[in-house]
Design a protein around this ligand. Structure first.
Ligand code: SF4
Ligand SMILES: [Zn+2]
Length: 199
């Protein structure tokens, strides 16, 4: 975010100090103000800014601030201007409470986070027999929305809506299968082994 466009201290004196976009390496970059999100580069830049925002400790305050102040461009709190317009319109129509607005913000974050992964998964997989799913193309890591992920990590996150803990493994006997329901991560295997032990 450039100096002139940084979030004004007039509006946000307390949480602005914790803003990730003000940290060295990010501060002064134009990530949060892609020129129009019409080219691949702009889209990638916007996706990267949104991914940083979603991990920012003050993302909710920032998003709420932007919904109230209505800046006409830029990404704030992980939301671009179109997403802010949609939330504000729905909020005006349905008289949302603060909690309902926070829920809308979270839903938009989730859709943004999973959308590129779902696209990558659908584009590169083939449905096989017996519910198995096969990956087309290289099986090494891919960069999706600024994150470097293996096919197994992509499939797991698409299926379970969270990042896997530890290695992703197929449990169906087909080591290269990527059907989400045939996958497990370290946390799931640990839980299963303890349930089995307790039975
Ligand atoms: S949510 Fe994004 S725009 Fe807002 S303070 Fe954090 S990094 Fe900056
Ligand atoms: Zn399988």
């Amino acid at each position: 975010m450039s100096e002139t466009r940084a979030i004004s201290t007039d509006h946000a004196p307390d949480w602005r100090e914790q803003a990730d976009c003000r940290r060295p390496g990010y501060f002064g970059t134009d990530h949060w103000f892609p020129t129009g999100a019409t080219t691949g580069k702009d889209r990638a830049q916007a996706a990267e800014a949104k991914a940083i925002c979603r991990e920012c400790p003050v993302a909710m305050q920032c998003a709420t601030w932007a919904l109230q102040q209505r800046p006409t461009d830029g990404i704030f709190g992980g939301l671009d201007v179109d997403q802010r317009r949609i939330i504000n319109r729905r909020s005006a129509e349905r008289q949302f409470t603060d909690e309902e607005i926070a829920k809308e913000i979270r839903t938009t974050w989730t859709k943004d986070a999973l959308g590129p992964l779902v696209d990558a998964y659908l584009r590169r997989t083939i449905q096989g027999d017996n519910g198995h799913v096969w990956w087309r193309g290289k099986k090494s890591a891919y960069t999706v929305a600024g994150r470097v992920l293996t096919p197994g990590q992509i499939a797991f996150e698409v299926g379970y809506g969270r990042e896997p803990q530890g290695h992703v493994k197929a449990t169906c006997g087909q080591p290269f299968c990527l059907a989400p329901e045939h996958l497990s991560d370290g946390a799931m295997r640990w839980r299963r082994s303890h349930l089995t032990a307790a039975a």
